[in-house]
Design a protein around this ligand. Structure first.
Ligand SMILES: *Cc1c(COP(=O)(O)O)cnc(C)c1O
Length: 407
């Protein structure tokens, strides 16, 4: 009998007791709206922003209703208007091109590499075009960071503003700089499958007082912005307060209460994720036909999900691996299927935006396999999952008699 994994790939850990207590306290007093505070009280949302800004080492932070909302707000705050082009990864999650479309702009996709990161040569080439976009929404998809030093060099030289999608890089860094602080704005998600969990929620950080003030006004601060603590001084708002549309997307005190204890515990969670990631990596290295994505030494990552490549396999070969693994309880996500399943991550699934064929990305999408790594998995679970994948990849590889080439 071959072993079967019985854990759940979608089961996160429970909310910590301290967060539950804080949430209950908010419900008992009833002041859930962030600006609904008693005399002298500083609300949970305001405290969350203050603490996250300090944790990240930035002056400004805004808590909002989702990661996707943070992204769209960042675009508006840096001055993107309808009809503009915005560069972004061809392999990312639907809320990223969705945020670009939400502001009436047009995504222009950049190829991705075997490291699952933005292809910087393709970016540099696209920026040489006379009508090149002036904003890059860089998605650190599945937590993989590109060479951020080179990226910023390219973008700075071209006068391109960078917005970072840090949905999977909260707690990560490149060359000592936290992810989200390289560009003009960093956007994080607090949705259940990310690194802190309030169901839904987002955080935006920036060191630019104008961007911060615009984002705060747009999120729905009315004229209550002086209650923020990770915000620029009131005079910065003077010039803009009558010009920013209110596009309500505030966070509430209940979610903020749930998040504060989790953020305080982020470093410990990151190391637990990485312990699990390394066990999977160890177990899958040197599996014939399977490519492990090697992580650069400048990158501190958060292993909350795991990717590997079945590069240049046929669709039938990949399907066989997925099928065999599923039968043994290992739920893998493939981005290369003819029809998108569950969440969508490929540029040709978003047909509201025209996109040329992207051959390099197509090759990656055809072979990239993804797996969530919830912290409810033990290290032994990870060893077992790796053993199962290794065995089933080997079996599929052999049953094809030879390298199962792409058809
Ligand atoms: C989850 C995610 C988002 C957006 O997060 P929501 O909070 O669900 O809106 C953006 N980009 C990537 C890559 C994500 O994984």
């Amino acid at each position: 009998m071959s072993e079967i994994f019985t854990g759940s790939f979608t089961q996160q850990e429970p909310i910590p007791e301290a967060a539950i207590d804080a949430a209950v306290a908010v419900m008992r007093h009833g002041r859930l709206h962030r600006y609904n505070v008693a005399e002298g009280e500083v609300g949970e949302t305001t405290l969350l922003e203050e603490e996250f800004a300090a944790q990240m080492g930035v002056p400004y932070c805004l808590a909002v209703s989702s990661g996707g909302y943070a992204l769209a707000t960042a675009l508006r705050a840096v001055g993107v208007t309808p009809g503009d082009s915005v560069l972004t990864n061809a392999f990312t999650l639907a809320p990223v091109p969705g945020a670009i479309a939400a502001v009436g702009a047009r995504p222009v996709y950049v190829e991705v590499t075997e490291q699952l990161t933005l292809d910087l040569d393709d970016l540099a080439q696209k920026l040489r075009a006379p009508d090149a976009a002036k904003v890059l929404m860089l998605s650190h998809m599945r937590g993989h960071l590109c060479d951020m030093d080179r990226l910023m060099e390219i973008c700075t030289a071209a006068g391109v503003t960078v917005i970072e999608d840090c949905a999977h890089t909260m707690g990560a860094s490149w060359n000592g700089t936290p992810s989200g602080l390289h560009g003009a704005v960093g956007c994080y998600s607090c949705q259940t499958y990310k690194h802190v969990n309030s169901g839904e929620g987002g955080l935006l950080v920036t060191s630019d007082p104008q961007i911060a003030a615009r984002a705060i006004m747009m999120s729905g601060s009315y004229m209550l912005y002086a209650r923020h603590r990770a915000a620029p001084p009131p005079d910065v708002f003077e010039g803009i307060k009558y010009h920013m549309p209110n596009i309500s997307g505030r966070m509430d005190n209940l979610r903020a209460a749930i998040l504060r204890p989790q953020l305080a515990d982020l470093d410990r969670q990151v190391s637990r994720w990485n312990d699990r990631y390394r066990r999977l990596e160890q177990g899958l290295r040197e599996t014939p036909g399977l490519t492990v994505v090697e992580r650069p030494e400048q990158e501190v990552y958060v292993g909350s999900s795991f990717q590997f490549l079945l590069l240049d396999w046929s669709a039938a070969g990949v399907e066989q691996v997925l099928e065999r693994c599923a039968q043994r309880g290992v739920e893998l996500k493939w981005f290369g299927g003819a029809e998108p399943v569950a969440f969508t991550s490929r540029y040709d699934s978003w047909r509201y935006a025209d996109a040329p064929q992207m051959p390099a990305t197509d090759r990656i999408l055809a072979g990239v396999i993804d797996m969530r790594v919830p912290l409810t998995f033990s290290l032994e679970d990870c060893d077992q999952i790796a053993r199962i994948i290794r065995a089933e990849v080997a079996a599929a590889y052999q049953s094809q008699g030879q390298l199962p080439l792409r058809d």
